[in-house]
Design a protein around this ligand. Structure first.
Ligand SMILES: Cc1cc2nc3c(=O)[nH]c(=O)nc-3n(C[C@H](O)[C@H](O)[C@H](O)COP(=O)(O)OP(=O)(O)OC[C@H]3O[C@@H](n4cnc5c(N)ncnc54)[C@H](O)[C@@H]3O)c2cc1C
Length: 389
């Protein structure tokens, strides 16, 4: 049985570990963290990601801890009036072959941890990768080592494994950060009617949706800030800072921000699409391979798709090198397009009022068609045909 070492036990790493175990691999997961605790924030899963979780037998459990987002609404930043809305719920499921769900990250992470057969090796910060024709050695910061037949770098934006695969390069700072938090639904004006809700204004925007069966509303509020460069789940700020940044916006926005028990602040980075993801026995997955700005809500969904593709190619009798090449070929074009599209979305969401906003709002009528290629994607069908499109 081939041994796979997965570096990183985030959502991408754990999903890959589960997918590989289901194909019969012996999988060890290593993480630098001394304890695993996802932060209090939301994440959305679309039909494309849910297809994989369904195939892994996790679909029902995921649905049980989620909120099904029944509609999408775009609101004007100041008046709060809706300028575009569209049903999601059953409509989305029929159109894209799976639900659109809002989840609490910690709930989802815990679910994945329970589905992984084993315990991640914690306190293992990978500092070096040593590859030979016969295997791969990992060295950790505490001096310990591990060996495997294949290594998967699922170690996020600042991946150490990435530096083995390709030349080191700094991430790209977007000069934008976001405030994130969760608010009990009864403390949000009209919160029980929230689906996927956007408030768009000049130079900033807010996205909010329910998680955990609708108990909580998750928000992410994006602001320009070239000074705030700290990219850390643990960075905190006062809710008042977020409220001040959205002064003059609809009271729904300012009350939502004010009622957050704990507000996180997160600087947003991505990278230029990588030319190369893999060597003979080492590859990358999730944010390590294609970190993207969150404006398409696809980072997790793409990591989950990666996991399905990697496990599939490694299990069909190809050499490790060939399997990793096929995985990279399948995934590179799609994730590149979504990385670049996520950057473009930020600009489009934040245009000034007036003709630019009117033009954007008119284009929203075509939204379901515009995002169809992302949400209807069936990674298993793509593996069958070997089509990267
Ligand atoms: C504000 C915001 C909102 C988002 N919203 C959405 C959304 O709605 N929908 C969506 O699909 N995606 C969303 N995303 C993206 C999503 O969070 C990530 O793309 C997704 O979680 C995949 O992450 P990952 O597992 O690849 O990496 P990470 O979650 O970064 O996990 C990496 C893991 O590797 C470990 N690690 C790092 N370095 C080392 C090392 N040297 N050795 C050992 N371990 C190491 C870390 O401790 C961590 O556990 C959002 C992101 C942001 C910032």
């Amino acid at each position: 049985m081939a041994r796979v070492a997965v570096v990183g036990s985030g959502i991408g790493g754990l999903t890959a570990a589960i997918a590989l175990q289901r194909k019969g691999f012996q999988v060890d997961v290593y993480d630098q963290a001394s304890e695993l605790s996802e932060i209090g924030a939301g994440v959305s899963l679309g039909g494309n990601g849910m297809r994989v979780l369904d195939a892994l037998g996790l679909g029902k459990a995921v649905r049980d801890i989620s909120a099904n987002l029944h509609r999408i609404e775009f609101h004007h930043w100041r008046g709060g009036d809706i300028f575009f809305e569209h049903p999601m719920g059953d409509w989305y499921e029929q159109r894209f072959g799976g639900p659109f769900l809002g989840l609490h990250r910690a709930d989802f992470h815990q679910l994945l941890l329970s589905a992984y057969d084993g315990e991640p090796h914690l306190g293992h910060r990978c500092v070096a990768v040593d590859e030979s024709p016969d295997g791969v050695g990992l060295t950790f910061a505490d001096g310990s080592t591990a060996e495997a037949d294949v290594v998967v770098g699922a170690d996020g934006l600042r991946s150490a494994v990435r530096d083995h695969v390709t030349a080191p390069e700094e991430p790209v700072f977007s000069a934008m950060s976001c405030f994130r938090g969760l608010v009990p639904v009864d403390r949000v004006p009209g919160g029980d009617r929230f689906g996927l809700t956007f408030f768009l204004g000049p130079g900033r925007h807010l996205v909010a949706y329910p998680v955990r069966g609708g108990e909580l509303i998750n928000f992410v509020a994006y602001v320009p800030d070239p000074e705030w460069t700290l990219e850390s789940w643990s960075a905190r700020c006062e809710p008042a800072e977020a409220v001040a940044a959205f002064q003059g916006w609809s009271p729904v926005v300012t009350e939502l921000l004010a009622n957050s028990a704990e507000t996180g602040r997160w600087a947003l980075y991505d990278r230029e699409p990588l030319r190369r993801w893999s060597t003979g026995r080492v590859t990358l997955l999730g944010d390590a391979a294609h970190p993207m700005l969150p404006h398409a809500g696809q980072g997790t969904n793409q990591a989950v798709e990666d996991a399905a593709a990697l496990a599939a190619y490694l299990s069909i009798g190809l050499s490790f090198e060939k399997a990793l090449q096929r995985y990279e070929q399948l995934r590179k074009t799609r994730t590149r397009q979504i990385q670049l599209g996520s950057r473009a979305n930020a600009t489009c969401f934040q245009v000034p009022d007036g003709p630019a906003a009117d033009e954007r709002n008119a284009r929203l009528a075509g939204l379901p068609q515009m995002v169809g290629w992302i949400h209807e994607y069936d990674v298993y069908a793509a593996i069958e045909t070997g089509s990267a499109a």
